[in-house]
Each structure stands twice: as structure tokens, then as C-alpha cells.
Design a protein around this ligand. Structure first.
Ligand code: ADP
Ligand code: 5GP
Length: 212
């Protein structure tokens, strides 16, 4: 379906944060409330956590399979984060946007930059900050499957991710989860109202002007 047959041009909501700040939790809350919001399910070479399902949280891949996907240009973007590879499948994203869905991307700053470069008019980017470094560590520890080693590695990399906060359109401090969610929800609704995303407005205005 071409864009002009759609009522809305779906937005690409890119959410980044240091690991553990709460971006996955916030993204899932938005999907629970709005049925036409979908999550881009990335591929990764890291092992699944105990609560994660293949095809739902990630497409879990061997390094060899991931390299083959890179070679076939199957990723819209991919990056090495911590000691693993992560990538956004191209075909899935294109299909969701063509179906008029808003798509959430949970990617690091490299992924946010790459998606913005490719689709600057469609990307809206949000950075989620923790209320404190102590709270971030506590959240990482509380996450299923965490070990001293994974927490230490992610804490060491947190500052490197936080340094990129200025690249984003919006920033949310996730202290109280409900308040943080309300901020995300508000900006999402405002962005949806942008004239360029409301593809049916042309016809509506023509009708108002008696030109339809
Ligand atoms: P990320 O996707 O940014 O790595 P998650 O969404 O997985 O982070 O959240 C990390 C942990 O912190 C999860 O156990 C989640 O339930 C918890 N969490 C998220 N937001 C809050 C909050 N505002 N207050 C307390 N705990 C939170
Ligand atoms: P986690 O292992 O905690 O699920 O994710 C680690 C980091 O990788 C997070 O910052 C997350 O946003 C990022 N990430 C997940 N999927 C992708 C992806 O497809 N591309 C990029 N660039 N980063 C990703």
C-alpha cells in the first residue's frame, strides 16, 4: 500500500537509555495502551535472559548467522553494544510502517543516529535517564538473570551511553514510572498530530473548501 492510501504516516519512535533505565518497560506500556503501536524486534548475538522469548524480545542468533544477515544487507542498522551484536531487521520495519503502524525501536545511540540519518522525517527520538546512578545499579541487579559481572559491565558502559543524551528530541527522567510514562504518552500523541503524519488531511481540507 502506498503512503497516500494510508490515513496516517506511522512514526518511528526511537528510545535509548543506559541499560536498566527503563526503556523496555516504558515501550511495553505504550504498546499495551495503543494497539497500532508495534515494537521492532531486533536480532542479537547475546544469550536470552530467563524471562525472554525468541521472536518476542529478540531474534536470538549465532554470531555466524548474524554475520550472514549483515552480508545480505538484512539490517536497517546494526551495531556492537557491550560484547554483542544487535541489529534492526529491515524487512519487518518496512512492513510495519507500510501497514500504517507506529514502530518503537529500542536501540543504543548508534542505532538512533543511523535510523535518523536514513529516515529523518519519520524518526522521533527519546532518551530515558535514571534518577541516579544508584537507582540504575539497583534496577540492573533486580533484573532477571543479572550477575555481578553483567551489572558491572553495564554500569561501566552507562556513562558512555548517557553522554549522547543531547542528540535526542526528548528526554525523560524515569524516577516514578507512572509519571515517566505520562511524559512518553504525551509526546507520542503530540507527534502523531503533526501535519505531515496525517495523510488524510488533504482530502478533508479539499472537502471543507468545496473542492472535493
Ligand atoms: P532497559 O530496557 O532500559 O534496559 P528495563 O525496562 O528492562 O530497562 O528496566 C530495568 C528494571 O528496572 C526492570 O526490572 C524494571 O521493572 C525496573 N524499572 C523500570 N522503571 C522503573 C521505575 N521507574 N522505578 C523502579 N523500577 C523500574
Ligand atoms: P540489552 O542487551 O539490555 O537488551 O540491550 C543492550 C543495548 O543494546 C541497549 O542499549 C539496547 O537499546 C541496544 N539495542 C538493542 N537492539 C538494538 C539494535 O537493533 N540496534 C542497536 N544499535 N542497538 C540495539
Amino acid at each position: 500500500m502506498s503512503n497516500d492510501q494510508l490515513k496516517r504516516r506511522g512514526l518511528m519512535l526511537v528510545i535509548s537509555s543506559p541499560s536498566g533505565a527503563g526503556k523496555t518497560t516504558l515501550a511495553r506500556m505504550l504498546m499495551d495502551e495503543f494497539e497500532d503501536v508495534a515494537l521492532s524486534v531486533s536480532a542479537t548475538t547475546r544469550d536470552p535472559r530467563p524471562n525472554e522469548q525468541d521472536g518476542v524480545d529478540y531474534h536470538f542468533k549465532s554470531l555466524e548467522d548474524f554475520r550472514a544477515l549483515i552480508a545480505d544487507q538484512d539490517f536497517l542498522e546494526w551495531a556492537r553494544v557491550f560484547d554483542h551484536y544487535y541489529g534492526t531487521p529491515r524487512a519487518d520495519t518496512v512492513a510495519l510502517l507500510k501497514a500504517g503502524r507506529d514502530v518503537i525501536f529500542d536501540v543504543d545511540w548508534q542505532g538512533a543516529d543511523a535510523l535518523h540519518d536514513q529516515m529523518p522525517n519519520d524518526v522521533v527520538s527519546v532518551f530515558v535517564l535514571p534518577p541516579s546512578i544508584e537507582a540504575l545499579e539497583a534496577r540492573l541487579r533486580a533484573r532477571p538473570g543479572s550477575t555481578d559481572e553483567t551489572v558491572a559491565r553495564r554500569m561501566a558502559d552507562a556513562k558512555a551511553e548517557i553522554m549522547h543524551w543531547r542528540r535526542y528530541d526528548y528526554c525523560i527522567v524515569n524516577d516514578n514510572l507512572d509519571e515517566a510514562y505520562q511524559q512518553l504518552r504525551r509526546l507520542f500523541l503530540v507527534e502523531r498530530t503533526k501535519r505531515l503524519r496525517q495523510l488524510d488531511l488533504d482530502a478533508h481540507v479539499r472537502q471543507l473548501l468545496g473542492e472535493g
